[in-house]
Design a protein around this ligand. Structure first.
Ligand code: HEM
Length: 399
């Protein structure tokens, strides 16, 4: 890999230019969606989300999907989901083991999946929930080799692929049944993301059932492990920082949501769960004096930008105060959710569930770490997670 300096671009041997300086990041996020394509960078996960998913689409197809899905993620929509997310957070935290070491990642995976199944898909049937809790991880916990093999027809009759494809067929059938039941219940019968997607209409255009299936698959694949991992890092970090934990607990009991949000954001700065945000170029471009050919890609490095001392003095220190006040870090310095027209559509949803979970955890437990040192970061499917599952000890609060 050829690099220039910490804030300058570098060109990898695979034809991906990695950038992290604010001007270059801005160029990536402001690039025309006609030539700077996010969808083609996710092509490998098409079997997980379907080719009708907004994640893998580009150009007009993406713009259309995005318009039709956005109404389900407005502030008003989020307010309507908040009570249900709050209840699910409470139910989860009540079940945490106490007084012994446990892996936070396992608990967070469970609750973030439960939130998507109930609040996004609107599933209430207990048998369907149980089945989906088995099916979704069976589809997502897949090695890159199996994922790549799914693109080759000749491999599909063989065991790992045949089993995976059978799970996928079942998952799609469950989603179709869920959509049919929602349609039958009629508009206004429920307050969940799927109900809003069914109602969404732009100039007479609506999502078909196939498209609904694709967008629902996308929301679960993009939304559950990412948030679970961000929350795992947060609990892991707080267990090792009693002062920050006490300050955050005070915020939780005083209803100071701004401070809790700042704690979540600061943890996402230090531990971004996705390290790179990529765009594939369909036309040649120049960025920071480097020419990138059509067919190559540019990736904004979240990890590098988040440690730039120009925006984050003493970048290794956990300081939520960076996100309070009148001058929060610019969108070209802090971008765990990407940026521009492709910025994560579930960012506010994720921040809301994180805040509600954090509040409930802090009010219920004192967190301590079983070992002095932090866990190192390790790749876990597409995310970067604590290598031992973020182990902590939760002790019920007495006061
Ligand atoms: C900590 C949690 C999360 C992180 C770190 C995260 C991060 C990201 C990133 C980096 C992108 C690509 C943005 C770009 O290319 O500029 C993205 C896209 C996306 N995310 Fe998230 N995400 C999270 C949670 C969620 C949740 C909860 C949902 C849905 C419920 C969601 C749904 C999506 C979708 C649908 C896209 C594709 C958007 C598009 O292509 O227009 N994400 N996310």
């Amino acid at each position: 890999m050829r690099t220039r300096n910490r804030n300058g671009p570098g060109l990898s041997s695979r034809g991906t230019l990695i950038v992290n300086g604010p001007d270059h990041v801005k160029q990536v996020f402001a690039g025309s969606p006609d030539t700077w394509h996010a969808g083609e960078c996710y092509e490998i996960i098409t079997p997980l989300v379907s080719e009708l998913s907004m994640l893998v689409q580009d150009r007009q197809e993406h713009a259309r999907s995005r318009k039709l899905v956005t109404p389900a993620f407005t502030s008003a929509a989020l307010r309507s989901y908040e009570p249900m997310i709050g209840t699910l957070a409470e139910d989860e935290v009540r079940q945490w083991p106490t007084g012994r070491t446990f892996r936070v990642q396992d608990r967070m995976q469970r609750v973030t999946l439960e939130i998507i199944l109930r609040v996004v898909f609107g599933v209430t049937d207990p048998a369907r929930l149980t089945r989906l809790h088995a099916l979704v991880p069976a589809l997502t916990d897949v090695s890159p080799v199996v994922l790549m093999g799914l693109h080759r027809r000749s491999l599909r009759p063989l065991p790992p692929w045949r089993t995976w494809l059978a799970s996928r067929r079942e998952f799609v059938a469950v989603l179709r049944a869920q959509i049919a039941e929602h349609r039958q219940a009629g508009p206004g019968a429920r307050s969940d993301v799927l109900s809003r997607l069914l109602k969404a209409e732009v100039d007479g255009d609506r999502l078909s059932d196939d498209e609904l299936v694709g967008q629902l698959m996308t929301l679960v694949m993009a939304g559950y492990e990412t948030t679970a991992t961000a929350m795992t890092w947060l609990v892991h970090d707080l267990a090792r920082m009693p002062d920050v934990q006490d300050r955050a607990r005070r915020a939780a009991s005083e209803g100071d949501t701004a401070y809790l949000d700042a704690v979540v954001k600061e943890c996402m700065r230090i531990h971004p769960v996705l390290a790179l945000v990529s765009r594939g170029l369909s036309e040649e471009a120049e960025i920071g004096g480097v020419r990138v050919a059509a067919g190559e890609s540019v990736a904004a490095s979240v990890s590098l930008a988040h440690f730039n001392p120009a925006h984050f003095p003493e970048p290794d220190r956990f300081r939520p105060e960076r996100f309070l006040g009148d001058a929060p870090p610019p969108a070209t310095a802090w971008f765990p959710f990407g940026g521009g027209v492709r910025r994560c559509i579930g960012a506010a949803f994720s921040l809301l569930e994180s805040r509600l979970l954090l509040r409930r955890i802090l009010l219920t437990f004192e967190l301590t770490a079983p070992t002095a040192g932090p866990e190192r970061a390790k790749a876990r499917t597409v995310v970067t997670a604590p290598h031992r599952g973020g182990r902590v000890i939760a002790t019920p609060r007495t006061s």
